[in-house]
Design a protein around this ligand. Structure first.
Ligand code: FAD
Ligand code: SF4
Length: 713
């Protein structure tokens, strides 16, 4: 690094020798290549190109300081030192607060450079696309399908209708083409109604969803792989003193679900659980904890059961119909058998047997056999968070929307936001006001409707109702009692990791393969509602690095590389959602200060989870630890729950259903109280969110609500 010393060098190329030396200490060469041997230097260069501040504020001063330290300690440039000497200097920086002559944090420098080298090594898009990905081969990660082919190119190309071709009026306008909206579209169009589905996201083909390991719905470090786009679509977080903090769509506290055709189902993990019968009568069974709004549903499991069956048969679930008998018996078998068990599931089944726990496969909205002209799951290594390479994952986009469009009665418009529902006298929905951005200009259009179905997901549906105020309802539709947007809930997750002596991960996607519902209701610990424990989906290498390495594992150097290599196929994760105790202070409001690209106030989120929820999730983590030990793990560590607001991918509850308009927003049929033709078909209507993943319940309710609508004169 000849240009160091007092001379200031701003370009990264001037630092190549020292940067290369540092990156190759983070991931050194052994029998497998080093960081820079697989292109990490150009990865960092590209990163710095788009993030100039990281270079000027962190990396450049850090490299200069490191070089100064090398000269001070060893009288030589860093890149000329031995590997041991280099490691010792990096360790010294890592453990010191700051470096002389550099006001920034030395730790931040080491963390940043290490993080970039690791990203470039285990998740570099260039290395990933090569047929010879040495880091992934080293770990045993197989991204593709078993046959290494993909047939998503055969996926149906959905017919879209442009704004200027929309009719002036439809029998029904559905806002949102996600889980609930797509079910409603098929039921209504097949019943002969003229239907318009409005989706703010884009119709993304398999290749457009892509497989970027740093920008997806499982690891969204710099972005995500659906919508909304990062510019012009913020939300805010309400802070105690009345101020707001802006958050972007890929950040955790945005609580995003995928915004694209299919909504969450485009990239989901597809676990297809029914809620337990007692999930519908939580207050009756447990009483109402202080500070909570725990309540019974106005409908029973028995009322919803026929619609669960429809969701399982019409959208398509594979599973073992005899499994989990203590959770509840089924009237009708699943339409497809369960996928074969993974080796990890075999191992965990032996552990559960020692404990005497009932376990079984996980029902999945995934084809285990060829069905409806689409093939069986190709068992690829990157299922959750991505689109399916074999088009075997059953979501709104490739099942119900296809059916709706096939009727010829349904139009689908994308990249168009429903900005407001137009109402008459606070009791009738007359239509929807749409907005679209065309080459930088905002275009607006109002479309009239016989009925409006809101299916925009629990956060955006509440936002839409709040943004649709009128003289009759100045605080927003259905909000006379201030309930719209309250009781936001999702699922707090907890669990435990286990490190085993022998490799057992076979990489067969989706990976989630064994579960127990023993700790739902009747869990023995006085815990309200309990939850589900299941093994985790197949893990991206970077997710393994960030979330699944043992707490005491080295993170860099030869030892760090060895820890990755030896633990990747030997680590199991058990985790699960817990029945959340809703509280009215967890809520969606309108931002007072921030608007989106269309000038519409964005959602402001605030609140946190109820203490009972945290207590319950600690119980689940205890049980996960017990299961890992019983299965033979040699080291076990917990994944503890977060305590902040819970919404995210399992968001629900903001327009809860009930008999009484004083305590609910929608009535038991799924219609907004006081309205004759305004319906809600998404997770918003959930009174409670079950101790399992919610999508099958959202779909079942959408079938029921759409049926109710069809019965209207
Ligand atoms: C990575 C991931 C994994 C998941 N895994 C599972 C799982 O294994 N099992 C499970 O049960 N659930 C899972 N989920 C959650 C599941 O996908 C959601 O519960 C479900 O999709 C929610 O359905 P919904 O109808 O409420 O809303 P969504 O499916 O989110 O659909 C809402 C749609 O409305 C659109 N929209 C929003 N506002 C507007 C507007 N103003 N105008 C027009 N359109 C609008 C959105 O773009 C979106 O497409 C997962 C989700 C993700 C992202
Ligand atoms: S594992 Fe998931 S994404 Fe992969 S082929 Fe099967 S269903 Fe599709």
């Amino acid at each position: 690094m000849g240009k160091m010393g007092n001379e200031k060098v701003h370009t990264i190329s001037g630092y190549h020798p020292i940067l290369k030396a540092v990156a190759d200490r983070i991931v050194p060469a052994d029998a497998w290549p080093s960081a820079t041997e697989v292109g990490v230097l150009s990865y960092i260069e590209r990163y710095v190109h788009g993030n100039a501040a990281i270079w000027t504020e962190v990396l450049e001063p850090g490299l200069r300081a490191l070089q100064a330290l090398a000269f001070a300690r060893q009288g030589q440039a860093f890149e000329e030192l031995s590997a041991d000497q280099q490691d010792r200097l990096l360790e010294e920086l890592e453990s010191s607060d700051s470096i002389r002559d550099w006001p920034g944090s030395a730790q931040r420098f080491v963390e940043t450079v290490a993080s970039l080298a690791i990203e470039g090594y285990y998740g570099n898009p260039e290395a990933r696309d090569s047929t010879d990905n040495r880091p992934w081969d080293m770990l045993g990660f197989r991204p593709g399908t078993l046959s290494n082919e993909h047939s998503a190119s055969h996926e149906v190309d959905l017919q879209l209708t442009p704004l200027n071709k929309l009719k002036d009026r439809y029998d029904v306008i559905i806002v949102g083409a996600g889980a609930g909206g797509s079910v409603a579209a098929a039921v209504l169009a097949e019943a002969g109604r003229s239907v318009l589905v409005v989706e703010r996201g884009s119709w993304l083909r398999y290749a457009e969803v892509g497989n970027d390991h740093l920008r997806n719905h499982r690891l969204s470090k710099y972005g995500h792989n659906t919508g909304p786009s990062l510019a012009g679509n913020p939300r805010t977080i309400g802070i105690d003193n009345g101020e707001e903090r802006t958050t972007l769509p890929y950040e955790g506290d945005y609580h995003n679900n995928a915004m694209t055709v299919g909504g969450g189902t485009r990239v989901y993990g597809a676990q297809a659980w029914r809620f337990h019968a007692d999930d519908f009568r939580m207050a009756t069974r447990y009483g109402i904890p202080d500070g909570s709004s725990l309540s019974d549903w106005p409908i029973s499991f028995e009322e919803l059961e026929p619609y669960y069956e429809r969701a399982e048969w019409e959208v398509g679930v594979s599973g073992d119909s005899e499994a989990h008998p203590s959770y509840g018996r089924r009237e009708r078998a699943y339409p497809m058998p369960a996928l074969s068990r993974t080796r990890e599931a075999e191992l965990l089944a032996r552990g559960a047997a020692k404990l005497g726990w009932e376990v079984g496969p996980v029902p999945l909205l995934i084809n285990s056999i060829e069905r409806d002209g689409r093939q069986a799951c190709g068992r690829c290594g990157q299922c959750v968070g991505f689109a399916c390479p074999t088009n075997s994952k059953n979501g709104g986009h490739n099942t119900m929307l296809v059916r709706a469009l096939a009727t010829g009665h349904c139009d689908l418009i994308c990249d168009t936001i429903a900005e407001r529902i137009v109402t008459e006298n606070g009791k009738h929905a007359a239509g929807v006001s749409l907005a679209q951005e065309v080459t930088g200009n905002i275009v607006r259009k109002q479309v009239r409707a016989g009925h409006v179905v809101v299916a925009a997901g629990a956060i955006e549906s509440a936002r839409l109702l709040l943004n649709s105020s009128s003289d009759a309802e100045p605080d927003g539709i259905g909000n006379r009692n201030g309930l719209v947007g309250r009781n936001l809930q999702g699922h707090v997750y907890s669990g435990a990791f286990g490190l085993y002596d022998e490799p057992f991960q076979d990489g067969l996607g989706p990976g989630v393969s064994i579960a127990t519902l023993r700790f739902a209701h009747g869990n023995g610990g006085g815990i309200i509602g309990g939850g589900l424990l299941a093994n985790e989906f197949t893990r991206l290498p970077l997710i393994h690095y960030y979330r699944a390495l043992a707490p005491n594992a080295p993170r860099w150097g030869i030892a760090g590389k060895d820890a990755m290599r030896t633990s990747y196929l030997r680590t199991s994760q058990l985790m699960g959602p817990i029945q959340e105790i809703p509280n009215p202070e967890a809520r969606v409001r309108l931002s007072k200060t921030v608007k989106d690209r269309f000038g519409i106030p964005v959602a402001m989120l605030s609140g946190s989870v109820h203490p009972e929820t945290i207590r319950a999730s600690r119980m689940l983590a205890d049980k996960a630890e017990e299961w890992q030990w019983a299965s033979g793990a040699r080291q076990v560590w917990r994944a503890n729950p977060g305590t902040g607001l819970s919404g995210g991918q399992h968001q629900s509850g903001t327009l809860r259903m009930g008999e009484d308009p004083a305590s609910s927003v929608t009535d038991p049929s799924g219609r907004v109280h006081g309205y004759d033709n305004l319906w809600v078909c998404d997770g918003s209507v959930h009174v409670t969110n079950g101790g399992v993943n919610p999508v099958l319940t959202i779909m079942a309710l959408a079938f029921r609500t759409a049926d109710n609508l069809v019965k209207q004169p």
